[in-house]
Design a protein around this ligand. Structure first.
Ligand code: HEC
Ligand code: HEC
Ligand code: HEC
Ligand code: HEC
Ligand code: HEC
Ligand code: HEC
Length: 612
């Protein structure tokens, strides 16, 4: 391999891909809990912010160039069209892969195709990704077929090209904006500086800007890597386009803030405001101003740097909008685990490698292809494949490189597997006993639900209310804390102790009482628990009418099945004026003021007493 730059760069990509492969194994075998820093409060992290939101935006080059070249017939950009469309295809592929990593149940990803929820913003997003990915595959096909013997199929696809391009541009428009739509439904989460009714439009316009600068980055980087003459005229044209598009975006964004009366918020000095300023400077202001200068447009380095700066700024914008801008509402700071970075970088690396692979074999950029071909020919001419004197097979250049690459990949994979977290997910979480007279804290850790026992008791009819919630007691008790039986947050717990039963029911004489007389002993005894414990343990409860299983459901299930139906019912009660009582937020409001008050009063948590 003569081109050292390219060789090192590809080697790095293979290392990243190997590391990501290791993390992927951990993620799919042990789950999200082990492989990410995500939580219920911050369910969207780097993978959504960067891979999905960023990936889609980075792929915008495809539809922008398709429109510029094939609709507006700006032929001088022709050379950029195919690489841009290929990038878009790979970018969307990366989005789909990124989603697979992020979804809790990735094998259900096809559900959106059959179980339609036409009121969901995600429904639109899902369909646009699927359709556009298909369209992009069709747009890339002619490139693959052009120099193959399948000329008839090739010509068929070429004929199909224009309608497909138009379809692609339409879908892109829908999709780029629908990512903004998705944020529209969380006005209480997204910081006001990012939240706007114009989010879909802003996302669309910024995608156009990003598309143009992304094409610039791609073109400059490939010409540097392949040591090729940069196409300065095309780049300068793109730079001009970019500065115009960026100016439009800037006016729109600032006008929108002005319209909403939020302009002062930009300068209030909070770190989110500063983040906003940084994002606007990087993505828009600096590139817009400098790219408008003819002197800058004559400099390769200048254009390269500014395009990168703008790309960084826009990716930051997507990460801000879908992640960082929500920290103020959740008050939980999330920093991605290294494994999340590994996956994100690995997906990008894999895309880059596929890009190179296709670029070097198919006429994506005919220049490049011819150069690679010439280089290969020269190498073949210089080296005999088989050295007859030494009796050694010297191999082809690519084979040597491939050996190095696969070695690096395996090395990174092995390294990743050794350092990746291997702990089991924290499913086995004991529930914590509620303590205190009036306020009960249920559940461990920073997430908890306040439950005002006294208020509920009074609300539900005072002394007679108990059976509404307390369905089982330990013998001789009234109101055993639920946690004594529902002892695990996520897993069912057995409340049956075989030994004490045998002892209490007089040893060997007891067996027949439960297992049946003269019958073989089975794991499922003939007698139901309630046949002995109807009076002494059970309260008349509408939720659990019988008691025939020793398995107490998980604490979470017990609470939800007990608390939510009543809340949903009471939410309809107009007299109460609590329409949101049935929603998650009525109980799950972590990070509230009362946490401090609660801690001051009850500093120590008492762990659940273990069950037999
Ligand atoms: C009526 C009150 C109530 C409502 C409404 C409610 N929950 Fe819960 N939830 C609880 C209680 C109580 C627990 C268990 C104790 C704890 O975690 O503090 C719990 C636990 C959980 C847990 C497991 C513990 C954890 O923090 O990880 C999850 C997840 C959860 N709820 C999700 C939801 C979701 C999603 C909704 C809305 C569909 C919801 N809950 C609605 C009361 C409620
Ligand atoms: C709305 C449902 C509800 C009603 C009504 C209710 N309780 Fe409770 N009670 C609970 C929950 C939930 C807990 C805490 C569960 C835990 O510890 O995990 C609890 C806990 C208790 C505890 C144990 C407190 C501790 O810290 O050890 C006692 C005792 C109790 N209840 C008695 C009563 C009595 C007596 C009544 C009737 C006057 C009653 N409860 C009515 C839901 C209810
Ligand atoms: C003495 C042990 C014990 C105590 C205390 C207890 N439970 Fe249970 N609970 C059980 C068992 C066992 C079951 C399963 C019964 C069955 O399915 O036959 C159950 C079932 C339930 C269910 C029905 C779940 C379903 O899948 O339908 C709910 C809801 C529930 N418990 C809530 C509570 C709440 C709330 C408390 C406290 C106020 C509580 N339990 C206290 C043992 C207990
Ligand atoms: C109070 C009712 C009761 C009595 C009395 C009782 N068993 Fe069981 N037995 C059960 C239940 C319930 C199971 C189901 C498994 C479990 O929950 O441990 C079981 C399971 C078993 C098993 C299956 C293996 C296992 O441990 O899972 C054996 C063997 C067994 N019992 C033997 C006996 C013998 C021998 C006696 C008399 C000394 C006896 N049992 C008395 C209720 C009873
Ligand atoms: C043949 C009658 C009988 C059956 C069937 C039976 N129990 Fe019991 N259980 C008893 C007796 C007797 C005691 C001890 C009473 C005492 O100590 O006052 C007891 C005690 C208990 C206790 C409290 C003591 C302890 O072990 O922690 C629990 C909980 C319990 N049983 C659960 C169950 C469950 C769950 C089942 C069904 C799988 C069941 N029992 C089936 C007779 C029975
Ligand atoms: C029998 C019906 C009923 C059950 C069961 C019930 N709740 Fe409630 N809950 C209410 C009502 C009614 C209110 C409103 C009380 C008020 O503010 O006047 C309420 C209020 C609350 C609130 C305060 C919400 C707010 O916005 O003020 C919390 C938290 C809560 N419940 C948690 C729970 C949990 C946890 C459980 C299960 C252990 C539970 N509730 C079970 C009826 C119920």
């Amino acid at each position: 391999m003569d081109n050292r730059r390219l060789f090192l760069f590809k080697g790095l990509m293979w290392i990243l891909a190997g590391l990501a492969a290791a993390v992927a194994i951990v993620r799919f075998s042990l789950g999200l809990g082990v492989s990410t820093a995500l939580s219920d409060t911050t369910p969207w992290g780097l993978w959504i912010g960067f891979d999905v939101m960023g990936g889609v935006a980075l792929a915008a080059g495809g539809f922008v160039m398709a429109a510029v070249v094939h609709i507006f017939h700006r032929e001088r950009y022709h050379a950029a069209a195919r690489p841009a469309i290929l990038t878009a295809f790979l970018g969307y592929g990366a989005v789909a892969v990124g989603l697979l990593f992020d979804l809790g149940l990735p094998w259900n990803i096809w559900h959106a195709t059959i179980y339609w929820n036409i009121h969901s913003a995600l429904f639109e997003v899902a369909w646009c990704v699927m359709l556009y990915l298909t369209v992009l595959a069709l747009e890339v096909t002619p490139t693959i077929l052009e120099r193959t013997p399948f000329q008839r199929t090739y010509r068929f696809f070429v004929k199909l090209a224009l309608p497909i391009m138009i379809l692609g541009i339409m879908l892109s428009t829908l999709h780029q904006s629908s990512l903004g739509t998705m944020l529209l439904i969380m006005p209480f989460r997204v910081h006001p500086l990012w939240y706007s009714h114009l989010l879909p439009e802003l996302f669309f316009v910024s995608a156009i800007c990003l598309g143009i600068v992304m094409v610039m980055v791609e073109s400059t980087v490939t010409s540097w890597l392949y040591k090729r003459e940069p196409e300065m005229e095309m780049l300068a044209g793109l730079a001009r386009l970019a500065s115009i598009a960026l100016a439009c975006y800037f006016v729109m964004k600032m006008g929108d803030l002005l319209r909403q009366g939020k302009l002062a918020m930009v300068f209030d000095g909070s770190w989110l405001a500063n983040l906003f300023i940084a994002e606007m400077l990087l993505s828009t202001v600096i590139p817009m101003v400098l790219l408008a200068l003819p002197a800058v447009r004559r400099s390769f380095t200048g254009m390269w740097l500014l395009a990168c700066c703008s790309v960084l700024g826009f990716v930051l914008d997507r990460i801000n909008a879908s992640g960082l801008s929500q920290v103020w509402a959740t008050r939980r700071f999330y920093f991605p685990a290294w494994t999340e970075f590994a996956i994100s970088l690995g997906i990008v690396a894999a895309c880059v490698l596929v890009f190179f692979f296709i670029q070097e074999r198919f006429p994506v950029d005919p220049h490049g292809l011819e150069e690679v071909e010439a280089e290969r020919k020269a190498r073949e001419a210089a080296l005999p494949a088989f050295a007859p004197f030494a009796q050694v097979w010297l191999g082809e250049g690519w084979r040597k490189a491939a050996k190095v690459y696969s070695f690096l990949f395996v090395l990174a994979l092995a390294f990743g597997l050794t350092v990746a977290p291997k702990a089991q997910p924290a499913v086995n979480t004991p529930a914590v006993r509620a303590v205190g007279a009036s306020i009960l804290q249920i559940g461990p850790g920073p997430r908890y639900v306040y439950f005002d026992h006294k208020k509920h008791q009074d609300e539900a009819g005072g002394p007679k209310s108990c059976a509404l919630c307390h369905h089982l007691h330990q013998k001789g008790d009234v109101g055993t804390p639920c946690v004594v039986c529902h002892g695990n947050m996520f897993l069912p717990t057995s409340i049956f102790n075989h030994e004490t039963h045998v002892a209490d029911l007089h040893g060997n004489a007891s067996c027949a009482q439960c297992h049946g007389k003269g019958e073989p002993i089975r794991v499922t005894p003939t007698k139901k628990c309630s046949q002995c414990h109807d009076k002494d343990m059970m309260a008349a409860n509408p939720v659990v009418k019988t008691f025939d299983s020793k398995w107490a459901p998980s604490y979470k299930d017990a609470m939800h099945k007990m608390c939510i139906p009543c809340h949903v019912e009471k939410a309809k009660d107009a007299a109460l004026k609590l329409p949101n009582l049935g929603r998650c937020g009525a109980c799950h409001n972590s990070g509230t003021q009362s946490e401090k008050a609660y801690r001051a009063e009850f500093p120590v948590q008492t762990a659940a007493p273990g069950r037999p």
